[in-house]
Design a protein around this ligand. Structure first.
Ligand SMILES: [Zn+2]
Ligand SMILES: [Zn+2]
Length: 1018
């Protein structure tokens, strides 16, 4: 006996039960044990930032990771299952700052770096537990508790080794540059961190007058959207080849920008170069000694502004580059926090945004403002704290990429990217990226191991052990490789022997932390395995992960597969690739599955403040993990996912078809006493007489296995879903529908075939919906068959076999004919229950032997092939084509087409009014109705239904109605499927001509006459 299924599954309850059962049975451990020593499949987990609970966004990626790991495990692959946490850097700091109510770097320093570091670690430890809890609930199987933490001393030490190598090769340097800067975080932002950080924003739009010193009464008019940069102005740029004109009001602008204005004087841009002007804020101390002049610049655009560009080398990358070429002074207006320095007089202490209004007012008051308005544009924001970024000149540490760039491109060419254009994006990025800015002026992060000596020698320490050797002070208090402890360590300069050399205060880009993972977690160059060796420094006590040895690295590197979202192309995929190519000249992964963004179900980004963010906990409780996973897997990776309860509802509705099919099997198996045979799972039931329909379902099941296997091998989960949905439709709406009666009386072949198909369906969908799959497996297999594996995950992956393609194609065509026939009946408004005389099919190649099934499904007496009317559409002359060619003959053609006098010549060509026309010469208009017929067609098939209903057909139609009504009454009265009844028909009914038929279909032993329709159980 199988357990009866409730009408609808309660996904969350079922999942909680399976989770407990997995836990009790150690199912995952059993699976790992089973696969130990099998072929290796290496997956490396991209670390999730440990500063939050599990969100539905993160659950997407975690689902994909789990689906492929489960699939590979079912195929017998040995895997690592190591989960990773990203634990330091700005993400963590910003969260902790918020919790502590700290608003600036000064406040962090006042709070104390040691305490701050401890708070950061606490946050990570809390979040890691939350993420593990959520991921388990999602059904993700990982080696929880042996996770890697990027803030461990081990991980940091590995990065130090990489930096030392970069230094030895001469790639590491300190650069003086203009850089994107977050004034709140007080640090520069690297180019790869700007990805996706542009948002729409409204800024002031100012036209400002720069009076010319040697041309009294004349001035240059410039345009800017960043008022705060004006006090740092040193030059105005013109395009040397464009024409500039002096307007009557004394203002110089580019003629191309204002072509309708009147100009009293015109000059080429090159002629303006060198002109001197009064700066916009010469009254401030900072402008002292600055000579403002016009410079030439080929990049001046004529697309916006005035064609005269205000140049402030302290506030922009291009401006800074121009200062080098033109020998311009550099005025830095704002400090690390984005506030004006004291040399800027009344502006001192104001932020860039606070100053805008006052700068505009001041310019207006001094008659310098020509016009002011607003300007909407895309502007970069800090990706961690969402503060608008500014440009500042800063000294940062860089890794030069020029030498390694061609090797990166070569390594990327070995990687198989899904979707393929992600690989192209990586290529574009590798070709265009600048040097890697690795330094951040922050606190809780990778300490850069750079120790510059006064003798000029720069020591880059390559490991914690090396630091201990070189240290002359502070090593005893070094709890972990973090500030402030690391700052107290001093070393001896190996070049000159000077002692007391200090580390630079900067910490490293967080992508160094994650990029080293394919080395640090796999024990690269480590002589012997250290048990628990990953739980060092801040990770001490958080993980039991070992530090493996170099042999292990050789086994598991490179990863067969990694998977993260698109933005990781320039982040984790990039940093990994970069570090790996530097260290071993090889890509760290062989294939990548990327995916696009998640939005809400209406296509809007999810935001806490918009009320459309779905917490994972809520999704688990309201839709269930299986339904979430289905939603994630149903998504083609090259499109954004619209996630929500609406789509979840739709999925639950679809899953009911599967549920009802299983319910059908269970119900009749229990009535008829069916006992499944475990051996049937290998390739379907054997050793008994099968009908054509059974052989078809076995072949159809084989095709499901083949299709899902191919989809998983190609990393396209949405094709697994599509294959499964179409299989369930065939199973339910063809096999069960057409075999129903065989289950009412025991038919061994039918039961065994259906059981095999249902269980195989459960097996292939198991990676996507592990809970539902194991729930059904336990009911249908484990509890019913002696010696069956207790979990579907211990049963291996089903064999695809050799499906009978011919048979599959036949039934596929039959099903299309039936669909078209139903569509045709629908358009004619004839109920499916009403029998009809005939249906004619054109274009069928394989369905000829299935006329009987088609007749039954379409409830017609006769099915004819390649006979009867075909769908016709009204043809109209394409006047644009035919007018010029045939001129006066067109009206005659038009009239002939209207009368339908066109002779088909094949390939869309027709002859009409004696003229041969191509397909393009005519326009296909609306369909022509053929009286008495309803026609539906697709590309190759056409189905015509005779819609005439004679009195005999009408009577049979009413019999079907009666049978349907009576059976509904049986159901409503709660009768068992086998209960017999006495049926009472109203007087005057002429249906008794079909008495035997009615009795058979309603299980009536007798039909009586009465006043109204009634049934009574006997
Ligand atoms: Zn920031
Ligand atoms: Zn020295």
């Amino acid at each position: 006996m199988f357990s009866q299924l409730p009408t609808v599954p309660d996904h969350p309850a079922l999942e909680e039960e399976i989770l407990t059962w997995w836990e009790e049975r150690g199912t995952f451990d059993q699976l790992r044990e089973r696969n130990r020593g099998g072929p290796v499949w290496s997956f490396i987990d991209g670390p999730v930032t440990a500063n939050k609970t599990l969100g539905v966004h993160t659950a997407w990626g975690r689902t994909l990771k789990d689906v492929f790991q489960r699939y590979k495990a079912l195929r017998g692959f040995d895997q690592r299952y190591q989960n990773g946490f990203d634990c330091q850097g700005l993400w963590i700091e910003v969260g902790v700052e918020r919790e502590l109510g700290l608003n600036s770097k000064r406040e962090i320093e006042e709070y104390g770096l040691a305490e701050f570091a401890r708070k950061c670690r606490e946050k990570v430890a809390w979040s890691a537990q939350e993420l593990i809890r959520g991921s388990k609930r999602l059904g993700q199987w990982m080696d929880w508790g042996n996770d890697y933490y990027t803030f461990s001393d081990t991980n940091i030490s590995y990065i130090w080794g990489f930096l030392k190598l970069a230094h030895e090769r001469g790639w590491l340097y300190r650069g003086h540059r203009s850089t994107e800067w977050c004034p709140r975080c007080g640090t520069s932002i690297s180019a790869h961190e700007l990805v996706g950080s542009y948002e729409e924003r409204i800024d002031p739009s100012l036209f400002v007058r720069f009076p010319l010193i040697d041309r009294p009464g004349q001035s240059l008019t410039i345009w800017t959207t960043t008022p705060w940069t004006l006090p740092a102005n040193v030059a105005a740029a013109v395009h040397p080849d464009e024409e500039y004109g002096l307007q009557e009001n004394g203002e110089w602008v580019a003629v191309k920008r204002y072509p309708d204005e009147t100009y009293v004087e015109r000059r080429r841009g090159a002629e303006l170069v060198g002109w001197r002007y009064d700066g916009p804020f010469d009254n401030l101390p900072a402008a002292e000694g600055i000579e403002h002049r016009v410079i030439s610049w080929d990049e001046v655009t004529m697309d916006e502004g005035t064609g005269l560009v205000h140049i402030a080398p302290g506030c922009g990358t291009e401006d800074f580059e121009l200062s080098r070429v033109n020998d311009l002074p550099i005025v830095m207006p704002v400090d690390e926090a984005g506030r004006f320095y004291d040399r800027f007089g009344w502006l001192h202490g104001l932020s860039t945004s606070e100053s805008a209004e006052q700068i505009v007012a001041d310019l207006a008051g001094r008659g310098r403002l020509v016009a002011a308005g607003e300007y909407a544009h895309r502007y970069p924001f800090c990706w961690r704290c969402n503060t608008p970024l500014i440009f500042r000149i800063a000294d940062d540490w860089f890794i030069s990429v020029e030498e390694v760039r061609p090797r990166l491109l070569a390594a990327n060419a070995t990687v198989e990217w899904t979707p393929a254009y992600f690989g192209k994006r990586m290529d574009d990025w590798l070709r265009n990226m600048g040097d890697w800015n690795i330094s951040r002026r922050r606190y809780f992060g990778l300490p850069l191991p750079i120790y510059p000596c006064t003798c000029g020698h720069v020591t880059v320490v390559g490991s914690r052990a090396e630091l201990e050797q070189l240290a002359t002070a502070g090593i005893d208090q070094l709890e972990e490789l973090h500030r402030p402890w690391i700052d107290a360590v001093e070393i001896r300069c190996p070049a000159c022997g000077t002692e007391g050399i200090q580390r630079i205060p900067e910490i490293g880009d967080v992508w160094l932390d994650a990029g080293i993972v394919p080395f640090s977690t796999l024990g690269w160059q480590n002589p012997e395995r250290v048990a628990g060796g990953y739980g060092t420094g801040a990770a001490n006590g958080l993980t039991g992960a070992d530090l493996p040895d170099h042999d292990y690295w050789q086994t598991w590197f490179p990863a067969h597969w990694v998977s993260e979202m698109r933005e990781q192309i320039r982040l984790w995929f990039y940093s990994q690739l970069f570090m790996s190519v530097c260290l071993v000249d090889e890509a760290p992964f062989r294939s990548v599955l990327g995916y696009e963004k998640m939005l809400d179900e209406h296509g809007r980004p999810m935001h806490g403040s918009w009320g459309n963010l779905i917490p994972a906990e809520e999704a688990f409780a309201r839709m269930g993990a299986d339904v979430m996973r289905w939603q994630y897997c149903d998504q083609p990776p090259d499109r954004d996912l619209f996630f929500g309860y609406g789509p979840a509802h739709e999925i639950k509705r679809k899953l009911l078809t599967l549920w009802n099919s299983v319910g059908f099997l269970v119900r009749y198996s229990n009535i008829e006493g069916f006992q499944p045979t475990l051996d049937d799972l290998a390739a379907g039931p054997a050793g008994l007489e099968l009908r054509a329909l059974d052989r078809w379902l076995i072949a159809r099941t084989g095709k499901l296995v083949a299709d899902t296997t191919a989809a998983l091998e190609e990393q396209l989960t949405y094709r697994v879903i599509a294959a499964f949905e179409s299989f369930v439709d065939d199973l339910s709406n063809w096999y069960i529908r057409r075999s129903r009666r065989r289950f009412y009386a025991y038919d061994d072949a039918a039961f065994r075939t259906l059981w095999y198909a249902v269980v195989t369906g459960v097996r292939v969908i198991a990676p996507v919906m592990p809970f539902l799959a194991d729930h059904l497996w336990r009911n249908l297999v484990a509890d019913a068959c002696e010696g069956a594996p207790e979990s579907v995950f211990l049963a291996g992956w089903p064999e695809a076999g050799q499906p009978d393609e011919r048979l599959l194609a036949e039934i596929a065509e039959v099903r299309r004919i039936v669909e078209l026939g139903r569509e045709a009946r629908g358009t004619a408004g004839v109920k499916l229950r009403q029998p009809l005389r005939r249906v004619y099919v054109r274009g069928a190649r394989l369905a000829g032997e299935h006329a009987h099934e088609i007749a039954e499904e379409l409830r017609v007496d006769e099915v004819g092939f390649d006979r009867g009317p075909v769908a016709q559409v009204k043809l109209l002359p394409n006047l644009r084509v035919l007018g010029p060619r045939l001129g006066p003959k067109v009206p005659e053609i038009k009239a002939a087409l209207e009368r339908g006098e066109a002779e088909e010549l094949g390939n869309g060509r027709i002859r009409v009014a004696g003229v041969e026309l191509d397909a393009d010469d005519v326009i296909r208009g609306e369909r022509v109705d053929i009286p008495g017929w309803a026609i539906a067609d697709d590309v190759t098939l056409s189905v015509a239904v005779d819609t005439e209903i004679d009195p005999e057909l009408e009577l049979r139609g009413r019999v079907y109605e009666l049978i349907h009504t009576v059976n509904t009454m049986r159901k409503d009265a709660g009768l068992e499927l086998t209960d017999r009844i006495v049926l009472t028909l109203p007087e005057g009914e002429d249906l008794l001509r079909h008495e035997d038929w009615i009795k058979a279909e309603t299980l009536a032993i007798r039909i009586e006459r009465g006043s109204s329709l009634a049934i009574a159980k006997v």
